[in-house]
Design a protein around this ligand. Structure first.
Ligand code: BTN
Length: 241
């Protein structure tokens, strides 16, 4: 494990490490991330020493299905949040974790290839733990475990239990365990419901019934005429009513 009091980004750190210095399961953790990166080229802001900002590095033999691995990590975080705070928490497709419909955590997964061979997979997690004030730009949409539970949360204990859960889910992912997909689906917002979708940035006028995540990591939906469609992880966002 690498711990840094301050670092621009834990994902960028593990991405830049020479190949001979990486090991499967490696963790990079910082108490103050100064250039945190989010999905869609956005930034991830997190106050120093209040939250959890870390990245796990995996070296799977194949990079396929890696969105399922991201979802498995998100689902493990949901389980840990619920255990340590008692607050019901959910996954908003593709990579956000919400409590009371507001964002408490986000995941950023990046794959590094050597030619067409996957060399490393980085799953970065930013979780608001004890921070209570958020930037205006977040428009009141950000919460932390503390704002929602009213309690200070022990970050070390949270992380250590979460890592144990992720290790277990990694094994289930590796073995392509069907139970894992069911367990993930149960916590995806809109699962089994008719939802609006934004695909490649465009809103569809009609609603789709969300059938859940497929073994490949794609999201399966059914349209009003009964046609089944699947969308890649990054193509699609679920629009809340
Ligand atoms: C998002 O919600 O857009 C994803 C946010 C991911 C943030 C985490 S914090 C640790 C890791 N390092 C980064 O630079 N980003 C991820």
């Amino acid at each position: 494990m690498s711990y840094f009091q301050e670092l621009p980004s834990t994902n960028s750190y593990l991405k830049a490490l020479p190949a001979e210095e990486i090991t499967h399961g490696q963790l990079c953790l910082t108490d103050h991330q100064t250039k945190g990166r989010g999905q869609y080229e956005r930034s991830w802001q997190s106050d120093a020493r209040q939250n959890l900002t870390f990245t796990l590095l995996f070296c799977p033999s194949k990079a396929e299905r890696f969105h399922v691995l991201t979802l498995a990590c998100a689902r493990a975080a949901v389980a840990q949040i619920e255990k340590q705070t008692g607050c019901p928490s959910f996954i908003k497709w593709p990579n956000d974790i919400l409590i009371n419909d507001k964002k408490v955590a986000g995941l950023l997964t990046e794959a590094v290839f050597n030619g067409n061979k996957p060399e490393r997979l980085l799953v970065g997690i930013g979780l608001n733990v004890n921070q209570t004030a958020f930037a205006e730009t977040l428009k009141g949409n950000a919460v932390s475990l503390k704002t929602e539970s009213g309690r200070n949360i022990d970050r070390e204990r949270f992380l250590s239990e979460l890592l144990t859960r992720i290790e277990f889910e990694y094994t289930r992912w590796h073995k392509q365990n069907d139970e894992l997909l069911k367990w993930i689906n149960q916590k995806i917002i809109g699962y089994g419901e008719w939802v609006g979708l934004r695909v490649n940035g465009n809103d569809y006028g009609e609603k789709f019934k969300m059938l859940g995540v497929e073994p490949t990591g794609k999201l399966a939906v059914i349209d009003g005429e009964g046609g089944i469609k699947t969308f890649a992880h990054e193509q699609i966002r679920v629009i809340a009513d």
